[in-house]
Write a protein that binds this ligand. Structure first.
Ligand code: F6P
Length: 322
């Protein structure tokens, strides 16, 4: 395989540039040309492709975002869009493709594989909802961003004796909320995977107040229903909880920032492993990290089901909420 392409697709994360850097430099080390594809599958279909060299990826390891840009690409979910993409790959003489992204992006990669095009996926999403890997690139950095915010909010919550609802990202997955809730010492974590009633939440806030706690921190995954704002509205109607309630939506700050050391090394390992997998003929696989080593999972299995929340971690969070 003499010429490969690399693209970043879907929601971005802080580990993308370290990963792109590893793909380019490992490919060059193996004697390959590496073509950068801009704006994910949308740019692939439009032929926004140019050759990259070692200098193209100099000075980016400590920058969030993606130098290639990314996009969500609905037309790629149609076979016609994927056919157009393969025509473009052939036109540029690209023989294999590294796709870095979340579930939707890796589903597109799996379709390309089924259409006979050599592709390897790298799990990249702050949600950490991709099975086949213990952790995706960008997650560790996002967790530390959230934890910094929780610590800062705790300061003002304590000063004013308030309860705070803090919403993290995680469209369908409570991983970020659960891990950051444990790390941040939250009184309660609300995640889509586990039902928590309004009465349980109100009881937690009231109990914290009666125990003499100076604040009550509740971390809410954006996928938890009925959602942070609806909960705040309901709580506002309960004047007898002791604490007044405020809300903070962390939003897109969780997707930016310089990657943590862990994420830089993980992204470098997975990016290089993806190139080695292409070179070794291991097409249609996703590279992942498990049991302290690189593992390969067929893309069709990696996208078949979303990773579940650890029951032990959930139990630990409840114990620590005393
Ligand atoms: O998939 C990662 C993610 O950050 C989700 O947690 C979030 O709900 C979604 O992307 C936001 O998507 P967009 O960037 O398209 O608004």
């Amino acid at each position: 395989m003499k010429r490969i392409g690399v693209l970043t697709s879907g929601g971005d994360n802080p580990g993308l540039n370290p990963c792109i850097r590893a793909v380019v430099r490992d490919g060059i080390a193996l004697g390959m040309n590496v073509m950068g594809i801009r704006r994910g599958y949308a740019g692939l279909i439009d032929g926004e492709i140019s050759e990259m060299d070692a200098r193209s990826v100099g000075g980016i390891i400590n920058h969030g975002g993606t130098i290639l840009g990314t996009a969500r690409c609905p037309e790629f979910f149609e076979r016609s869009g994927r056919t157009e993409a393969i025509r473009t790959l052939n036109r540029f003489g690209i023989e294999g493709l590294v796709v870095i992204g979340g579930n939707g992006s890796l589903t597109g990669a799996s379709h390309l594989h089924e259409m006979g095009f050599p592709v390897v996926g790298v799990p990249g999403t702050i949600d950490n909802d991709i099975s086949g890997t213990n952790i995706s690139i960008g997650v560790d950095t996002a967790l530390n961003t959230i934890l910094d915010a929780i610590d800062k909010i705790k300061d003002t919550a304590t000063s004013h004796n308030r309860a705070f609802l803090i919403e993290t990202m995680g469209r369908h997955c409570g991983y970020l909320a659960l891990k950051s809730g444990i790390a941040g010492g939250a009184e309660l974590v609300l995640i889509p995977e586990i039902e928590t009633t309004f009465d349980e939440i109100a009881h937690t806030i009231e109990t914290a107040y009666i125990k003499g706690k100076p604040h009550c921190i509740i971390v809410v995954a954006e996928g938890w229903k009925p959602g942070m704002e609806a909960l705040a509205q309901q709580l506002a109607e309960h004047k007898d909880l002791g604490f007044s309630v405020r809300i903070t939506r962390l939003g897109y700050v969780q997707r930016g920032g310089a990657a943590s050391a862990f994420d830089r090394v993980l992204a470098t390992r997975l990016g290089a492993a993806a190139v080695e997998a292409l070179a070794g003929g291991d097409y249609g696989q996703m590279v992942g990290w498990a049991r302290d080593e690189i593992v390969l999972t067929p893309l069709k299995d990696a996208i078949a089901f979303e990773k579940e929340i650890s029951p032990d971690l959930w139990r630990l969070a409840r114990v620590m909420e005393q």
